[in-house]
Write a protein that binds this ligand. Structure first.
Ligand code: SF4
Length: 167
């Protein structure tokens, strides 16, 4: 049985920067019952408190953070890049430990966003890009979906477990 890395805030755990959470989601409850969920909040794992000031990637591209080309700054101007990198490293360790091929992460987060983040101006402007942890997982070959892609994630997992080639 394949394990799935899941953002803790999608499991109803109040780890968001503002102390909030998301869910419940039927699919995640099913995965919980099956014992396949490996929960992670990269920002908390990286040492940040809850609640915490919102943070954005300068330019919105987590790969640039991994390459040392961009920073993650809080709205107060604090450089929180080291905490974001530590959280991403924890995700990579969990992937290695559990042989994870699939992740279900919160959309648009500077850590977890798989397709979009915000541009670093704290003005609500979305840009194409991955959060720091999502970018790390992509580099490890993990397929990352978000909470708006639950059916796709379920299909991808079913294909993986059927031995059908997956994209
Ligand atoms: Fe933590 Fe990711 Fe959820 Fe943000 S989106 S609260 S980093 S699990």
């Amino acid at each position: 049985m394949h394990k799935v890395l899941v953002s803790r805030c999608l499991l109803g755990q109040r780890v968001r920067y503002d102390g909030g959470a998301h869910g419940p989601y039927d699919l995640l409850q099913q995965w919980q019952t099956e014992g396949r969920i490996v929960p992670l909040c990269p920002e908390v794992a990286g040492g940040l408190p809850t609640p915490r000031p919102p943070a954005e990637i300068t330019g919105g591209n987590g790969h640039e953070v991994l390459d040392g080309l961009s920073q993650v700054l809080s709205i107060d101007g604090e450089d929180v890049t080291p905490a974001f990198l530590a959280g991403a490293a924890e995700a990579a360790e969990l992937v290695r430990c559990h042989g994870i091929r699939l992740a279900l992460l919160k959309s648009r987060s500077p850590s977890c966003g798989n397709e979009e983040t915000y541009d670093g101006q704290f003005a609500g402007i979305r840009v194409a890009g991955q959060g720091v942890t999502a970018a790390t997982l992509a580099r490890l070959g993990v397929q990352v979906f978000n909470e708006d892609q639950l059916e796709q994630a379920a299909r991808w997992l079913a294909a993986l477990e059927d031995g059908t080639p997956t994209a």
